[in-house]
Ligand binder design. Sequence first.
Ligand code: GTB
Length: 217
Amino acid sequence: MTITITAFERSPDGGRGLARDTRVRWALEEVGQPYKVRLVSFRAMKEPAHLAVHPFGQIPTYEEGDLALFETGAIVLHIAQRHAGLLPEDANARARAVTWMFASVNTVEPPILDLQNALFLEGDKPWHAERLPLVKDRIRGRLNQLSVRLGDADWLDGAFSAGDLMMASVLLRLRASGILDEYRNLAAYVARAEARPAYKRAFEAQLAVNTGKPSSG
Ligand code: GTB
């Protein structure tokens, strides 16, 4: 059955991996599933046809036959449950990998999103300069804990899993802030994730949409 995802017709980052369709593309590349992409404009995302699939008028979405999903965590979990390669066979190890998926979007991503909001939506507020260090320190609090847990391991719990895919996707959005590079092991973790052939194919495909150049993969 054909898989169709949605992505920005024109991504604000020029297609350099920051929009969340990257995670879905990456998961599909990891498990070797071909997919089609329906590009949507910011206006089309708020129109009834798209809202029928995504109640919050966002990207990405995932459609496969009569199944329509939104929320990257749920989409990546769906892909990982149906195709080998992103979740361990052992039931307990599988549950731990899913735990890391939830931790990425529920515990690590919120303070990172708060920084994006502070930088892009609150720059003109009189309290912006006072608030910014607090927002950054809340991220550091989480990264300190994550860094201790990862230690010198390559991945969060044994072999690479959907938990790492989600966590690396969340962390890479921090690179421009410089905060990721304060944590040697986390910066190396993200670099290791980005070096995976499946990530590179996903990145190139998203970039190609925005540059008009066909992707090589
Ligand atoms: N929790 C949802 C999920 O995980 O799927 C969040 C989905 C979401 O935030 N989608 C964003 C969106 O559709 C795109 S990824 N925004 C449009 C809207 O809400 O109207 C966020 C994003 C956008 C652009 C960049 N960028 O270019 O730098 C980075 C991240």
